[in-house]
Design a protein around this ligand. Structure first.
Ligand SMILES: C[S@@+](CC[C@H](N)C(=O)[O-])C[C@H]1O[C@@H](n2cnc3c(N)ncnc32)[C@H](O)[C@@H]1O
Length: 155
């Protein structure tokens, strides 16, 4: 899990955003005492208003639910409002070879080039790839889902 790794490496001002209260509470339970070092926002990511700029925005499978261009644009607006120049995004979506639906909902699938070009289509922003990787997630029911990860820096 990313949050405990960041905590143990001394990172501060961490916020977990999740609109499912039960999923948020489950994560808080899993983190035990460490959970008090994290801000917990239960609600839509696009309603989150951080009071400082964001150095690292990590999203595992929220962005990919945004399938029409207006919805993608709303997401990119928030991202660019809060992630500082020099800041990073670590974004995970289903890969082009991955499933067409997630939790029963349709998703947009990406490879790293498509994520990067989507980020850079927003008001001529300049994101530069740091690292890209695919990862096969084994679901509890025994299935496989290929994710595309991209770490990029905003220049
Ligand atoms: C694939 S799950 C990932 C769960 C967990 N973060 C992880 O990495 O294992 C995606 C999660 O995003 C949440 N989610 C989807 N859209 C969201 C939004 N707009 N705002 C906040 N949470 C959202 C869902 O409730 C779901 O728990």
């Amino acid at each position: 899990m990313l949050l405990p790794t960041l905590l143990s490496n001394g990172y501060k001002h961490l916020t977990h955003v999740e609109w499912s209260q039960s999923a948020s509470l489950e994560m808080q339970k899993n983190l035990g005492e460490q959970s008090s070092q994290i801000d917990w926002f239960v609600g839509d990511l696009l309603n989150w208003r951080p009071d400082r700029s964001v150095d690292l925005w990590h999203d595992r499978a929220v962005f990919h639910f945004r399938i029409d261009s207006d919805s993608v644009n709303d997401y990119l607006k928030s991202l660019h409002q809060y992630v500082s120049q020099g800041g990073h995004i670590l974004l995970a979506t289903f890969h082009l070879d991955g499933p067409e639906r997630c939790s029963g909902l349709p998703v947009k699938r990406y490879d790293s080039e498509l994520i990067l070009s989507t980020l850079n289509a927003y008001q001529s922003s300049n994101w530069v790839e740091v690292k890209a990787a695919t990862w096969v997630h084994k679901t509890p029911s025994g299935g496989s889902q290929t994710f595309q990860y991209l770490l990029a820096q905003r220049h």
